[in-house]
Design a protein around this ligand. Sequence first.
Ligand SMILES: [Zn+2]
Length: 429
Amino acid sequence: MILYRAHLLWSASPTQLGEAADGALLVDATGRIGASGPFEQIAPHHPGVEIQDLRPLWILPGLIDLHVHLPQYEAVAMDGLELLPWLEVHIFPAEARFANVGVARQAAKCFFADLLALGTTTAVVYSTIHQAATDAAFQEAESSGIRCAMGKVMMDRHAPPALCEDTETSLQQSEELLQQWHGKADGRLLYALAPRFAPMCSPELMRGAGALSDKYDAYLQTHLSENAQELAWVKQLFPDCASYTEVYHRHGMLNARTLLGHGIHLEATERALIREAGASIVHCPSSNAFLQSGVMPLKQWREEGLGLGLGTDVAGGPTLSMWQEMAMACTASKLRSALLHEQAAVAPAEAFHLATRSSAQALGLQSRIGGLEPGLDADFIVVDPRCSDPARRTEEAAELVLSRLLYRADPRMVRATYVRGRRCSALDL
Ligand SMILES: [Zn+2]
């Protein structure tokens, strides 16, 4: 048991922050939060407990990256192409290298270490089609201490020969990995089936992936409605379906554990299908800007009651930093608002909510992660607000501090990252 003394900051609602300026976070021996709130109220109830005084540092809930591709990390920031040619030129060659397990293992080590160093405590990850590489990536996730839902990519048509699978094999290997890893490390590791997107999945593969998600209560992640060329391709491949979302709906891929990357260009009927299924859309604004895909109407989707989360979509997004992703959610929304005169822009507090509470909700893990309340797992980060402030201030209004952490994220500002109370990454404290 240990009691951390620091300025606590969390998301209290989609638009409001909660804070305890001189706060205490008690972490018990099982890695749960035993108590949190003002230090003067918490400390007297726990005499004799070791106190780690972190002032003037701040404690925030760990960030959740709801959509990221491990094998693409080495291919980040390759500018100049839109989605489909970018996949062919930069991404598929990077993914093909994961046929070598050694390459995959080394890449996974760097990937999880970098996520944790940036303050991401939970990541929902696509691996490649390779079973052995995905298994190695799970092993690295396990030893890194990160909370992770991951799955091997599934694609059985229109993929390059080196990455195109036989339908049966894809389903069988996915099921084997799922049985091996879903719920491991006391639920810290979870399986997320990953049929890449409709154009590269046969109807049988999509149906099979949906059935496995239902059978094992596992996540299902895929891409939806990202890019104009992609939309035209889906229309051509599935002429009987009224929309892109209907393709997934008809093939049993929409459920409450479904995470749909992007969801930019959606008709009202598609949004209704997603809402009815209880599925969530993962907003990836950096990727959407980088690949010139568009700007998702975040405010509107939220007002309509769609489940929402936030993801870097590396390598569509050029960095693993959820700080930059939160800033981009605000910036993209401001540009959309200014150009289209259609809605108010998203504020940092809303982006922070999206990266913590809302993403936890999309995973159905809101009683485990996303905040600092007693009973939640102790997934938290220690942040130094002086690193993002030219004047090195520490005790300012929470809104101001958060705004600078987002817009002026600095690699030194995340001083330590804890998952279930275990320190997984740290600079000197
Ligand atoms: Zn993606």
